[in-house]
Design a protein around this ligand. Structure first.
Ligand SMILES: Nc1ncnc2c1ncn2[C@@H]1O[C@H](COP(=O)(O)OP(=O)(O)OP(=O)(O)O)[C@@H](O)[C@H]1O
Ligand SMILES: [Mg+2]
Length: 463
């Protein structure tokens, strides 16, 4: 769609010629000869750019500019000034005008300025949209989980966000450490400042040091110009040090100093720089264990571990699974579809029975895959990846349909199940009790006791 331009100038010839030339360039153009009419149009229609003369009858160009900005700060204003009145232009730019042209000017000159102004407007709008999208991702309502463990995690996140304390997030791969780190930043007073992420595992030692702290020109071969590090880029905001356990021991000293004194030097630099940065770290490892092994500095550990947040693996909070499935279905099902696909009970059983070594990320991928293959028919066992479909004996047992039953004799059922499993083991091992105990995952003495008990129940002979 073409951009909308409003021209405000009391010189009739100027107005007419500008309007026709800009229209030829594909702009939608209207023009008026005074600021009051201009303001009325700005308030009733949507303009991208207003091009206004500074000397107008009635309301001055400067007051007009202020009124436009008061109404909508996003409207771009380009002013036209008479030759030799540069001071007026400077004042107007201070008041929020985007640019100016001095009369007399060529249409080409104005068009170049308009194109630049519109590009700036679009970029600003895009940045605002992306920022909102990123912030929404880290809103508390987008951190899913109603298990006791996740409620506690969220409570901790809420109470720590507003403070400037260092936070250490621990959890297996895919449990949501980065999501939690983002939530802490985007709910802090630093939310409009940078949130800088550094993956300490992805970078080798030399690169990591200059990534974190920057380097001076000539500090090492290849350092052709001075470069600011992530701590400088994160200034006034937060830095997220992912896989912090991967920072080599000698660099841990430098990090400790940043945490204690908030100062550092660039690689090869002498100037001491200060960092106003909130530090959030994450690790998949047992950091205290690494301290005991001498692989992580104890003093740094205590500096980082001011507020520890542990995110439990998904297999320990399976009650979160159905909410997460719903959340991911909403994310992956096209917005044009009326309803979310059903998840069959077999599919649900297989999902719940699985151990999720890749945690929430793995579940997210499985749901995305299933949505892509479901063709609106719902999520069935067939739409799940093969490794999930391999139902184990527990799934078979747990998927019993008990809805039609009035009573169940628990002990009889358990005895029958036990007998069936022992018969299965017997068949598989030709009655070798050592092997039977092994594949059943129980000690041999336990197996022998069970066999004696079951014989008592059924009268079977020892194998
Ligand atoms: N509680 C949650 N609610 C909604 N989405 C979640 C939740 N936890 C994790 N996710 C999603 O799962 C994916 C993995 O999360 P994230 O990247 O934060 O994990 P991580 O712990 O940093 O993983 P890694 O250790 O592999 O870096 C992301 O897409 C994230 O949005
Ligand atoms: Mg991560």
């Amino acid at each position: 769609m073409s951009s909308k331009v409003l021209i405000v100038d009391d010189e009739k010839l100027m107005r007419i010629s500008l309007e026709s030339q800009l229209k030829k360039e594909g702009y939608q153009v209207k023009s008026v000869d005074n600021a009051m009419d201009g303001l009325r149009l700005v308030k009733s229609e949507e303009y991208d750019v207003v091009v206004t003369d500074m000397r107008l009858g009635g309301m001055s160009g400067m007051d007009f500019l202020k009124e436009i900005k008061k109404f909508n700060a996003e409207i771009i204003v380009v002013i036209m000034t008479a030759y030799g009145t540069l001071e007026g232009a400077v004042l107007a730019i201070k008041e929020g005008a985007y640019d100016y042209v001095s009369k007399p000017f060529s249409t080409d000159e104005l068009i170049i300025k308009l194109q630049r102004a519109l590009l700036h407007k679009n970029t600003t709008a895009e940045v605002t949209r992306l920022r909102k999208e990123i912030q929404a991702e880290f809103e508390y309502y987008n951190i899913i989980g109603n298990s006791e463990a996740m409620k506690r995690v969220l409570e901790n996140v809420k109470s720590v966000s507003g403070r400037d304390t260092t936070v250490l997030i621990q959890g297996e791969s895919g449990t949501g450490k980065e999501k939690i780190a983002g939530a802490i930043h985007y709910h802090s007073t630093r939310r409009t400042c940078p949130f800088i992420r550094v993956s300490c595992a992805a970078l080798n030692r030399e690169i990591l040091e200059s990534e974190l702290f920057g380097h001076e020109k000539g500090a090492f071969t290849g350092a052709v110009k001075t470069r600011r590090g992530r701590f400088e880029l994160a200034n006034t905001g937060s830095i997220f040090l992912d896989d912090v356990d991967d920072i080599p021991l000698d660099m841990q000293v430098k990090l400790l100093r940043v945490l204690q004194e908030r100062t550092f030097e660039r690689v090869g630099g002498e100037e001491t720089l200060s960092a106003d940065v909130r530090v959030v770290c994450a690790t998949k490892k047992d950091l205290l264990g690494l301290v005991k092994e001498g692989r992580f500095r104890e003093d740094l550990f205590y500096r980082l571990n001011v507020v520890p947040i542990h995110i439990p693996p998904l297999r320990e909070r399976k009650e979160d699974i159905s909410l997460l499935i719903n959340y991911f279905l909403k994310k992956f099902v096209s917005q044009y579809e009326d309803a979310l696909p059903d998840v069959s009970s077999e599919a649900m059983n297989a999902i719940v029975a699985y151990d999720w070594p890749g945690n929430v990320r793995e579940l997210e991928n499985v749901i995305e895959h299933a949505v892509a293959f479901s063709e609106l028919k719902g999520i069935s066992l067939e739409t799940l990846p093969a490794y999930l479909r391999r139902t184990d004996v527990r799934t078979d047992l747990l998927s019993m349909d008990l809805s039609g039953r009035q009573t169940i004799h628990l002990q009889d059922v358990l005895t029958d199940v036990e007998k069936k499993l022992i018969q299965w083991a017997h068949q598989k091992t030709n009655g070798n009790q050592v092997k039977m105990a092994e594949i059943l995952g129980i000690p041999r003495t336990t197996l022998r006791n069970r066999l004696i008990k079951l014989q008592g129940c059924s009268g079977e002979k020892d194998q």
